[in-house]
Design a protein around this ligand. Structure first.
Ligand code: SF4
Length: 426
């Protein structure tokens, strides 16, 4: 058993050796099986949770009780890892809503921090040890000079790489792997936890600001062709955290893809999207799109709709978008927001299996849901999350039923779409 962690409110974290830490699933606190723990991976962070008291198991009595020594602590686990349990705490009356990050349980043992999680992705493209700021700065200088009139390169430099420290933008300026291509200032959904736009009356802020202009196809082609031509495992991705919905810009994206493919056949072209416009997806497949990643908090239409609050599209549209891509021989993934207590419910497992069968899905990207758990369940009006089996068991059940469906965290380059187990030792 791992000891509970607490914060003294001054940025210092301590272990409480009178309490073993527990995890949270939905609204319930529960012990975490020993085999589910891994050391907090490099690049992970620990957060103090203001106005919240940690829940633990008393080492002496075995009873569950609150830690009154300080504030609760949670872990933000780095990309490529999926958390099995949320941090367990009791929220005080006037506690502030937590910002849009993930809050995984964290414990302490033998001078080390631990989290209940699994490394779900072998790709090392977002390892924090792989980023050298000097290399990024000289890449920014070089490429901004190379494209002096390109608003998109300037946005990726000033905002994404140097302000938001976006891993994808930093990789672009290092000249490797996946290059982000945001295009859309607008969106046709109103996600409760939107990371690029939060309504004025919300107390939390979006983690990025939304793009303020519509790039032209020429601006997109100018910097993406050289990237596809020169980067290792080259991939460009429309649909980023700093924009709205890219399918609202499908004509520009179509024209860009057609022009890109006149200059190079190298690499892969992907779109991260809410999948709301299957006809637009078909036009992009005809133009040369290679893969799609559709984001969802749930494979259940009612849970999806309550969170995405879609304008003029419905859950069935994103199912159709996934099917269109497979019909054209493309690679399809879902960007699956993992929330212990919701994602691992029996009802969700059934719905996910139906989705995989109906869409012939290639890959599930098991991504930690970056949202305040109380705020999410409260906004969704969910008091009882139903019977749950555990995130780890959920993954095992899906793998057993669909062994061909790949698990990961990132969009695969062309080499991995051909052979997912290719040894791409970057
Ligand atoms: S689909 Fe994306 S951009 Fe649109 S509201 Fe949801 S999170 Fe925000």
């Amino acid at each position: 058993m791992k000891y509970l962690l607490y914060s003294d409110g001054n940025g210092n974290i301590f272990e409480d050796t009178s309490l073993y830490v527990v995890g949270r699933s939905g609204w319930d606190a529960m012990p975490i099986p020993d085999e589910d723990w891994i050391e907090l991976p490099d690049g992970g962070n620990l957060y103090e949770l203001p106005g919240r008291r940690g829940i633990g198991i008393d080492v002496e009595t075995g009873d569950m009780r609150l830690c009154d020594k300080g504030w609760a602590v949670a872990a933000f686990i780095p990309p490529a890892h999926t958390g099995f349990y949320l941090a367990a705490y009791e929220t005080m009356e006037d506690a502030p809503t937590l910002p849009l990050f993930c809050y995984t349980a964290a414990g302490w043992e033998n001078d080390k921090f631990y989290v209940p999680a699994v490394r779900i992705e072998r790709d090392i493209r977002q390892e924090c040890s792989g980023y050298d700021q000097d290399v990024i700065n000289s890449g920014v200088e070089h490429l901004v000079q190379a494209y002096p009139h390109n608003r998109l390169v300037k946005h990726l430099a000033d905002n994404c790489a140097l302000t938001y420290h976006c891993p994808a933008a930093r990789n672009y300026f290092i000249g490797r792997w996946e290059c982000p291509v945001p295009t859309s200032p607008a969106c046709n959904a109103n996600c409760i936890g939107c990371i690029s736009f939060q309504p004025e009356d919300e107390t939390i802020v979006s983690t990025q600001d939304r793009l303020q202009f519509k790039p032209t196809a020429a601006e997109i082609v100018e910097f993406t062709v050289p990237h596809l031509e020169t980067a290792p495992y080259p991939l460009i991705s429309f649909g980023q955290g700093c924009e709205g919905e890219p399918l609202l810009m499908w004509e520009t994206i179509r024209d860009a893809i057609v022009e890109i493919r006149k200059h190079t056949q190298k690499g892969s072209i992907n779109i991260n999207t809410n999948g709301s416009k299957p006809a637009a997806v078909e036009a992009l497949m005809k133009a040369g799109l290679n893969s799609i990643r559709v984001s969802m908090n749930s494979a259940r239409a009612e849970i999806y709709t309550k969170y995405y609050l879609p304008n003029n599209y419905k859950f069935e549209d994103l199912i159709e978008s996934l099917k269109v891509v497979r019909r054209y021989g493309g690679w399809s993934s879902i960007n699956y927001f993992v929330f212990p207590g919701m994602t691992d419910s029996i009802a969700e497992l059934d719905a996910l299996c139906d989705l995989i069968r109906e869409t012939d899905l290639n890959m599930i990207q098991w991504r930690n849901f970056n949202i305040d758990p109380d705020w999410y369940l409260g906004k969704m009006n969910i008091a009882d999350t139903g019977e749950c089996i555990g995130i780890k068991q959920m993954m095992e059940a899906v793998h057993e039923e669909f062994p061909h469906v790949k698990f990961g965290y990132f969009n695969p380059p062309a080499e991995r779409m051909k052979n997912f187990d290719v040894d791409f030792a970057h």
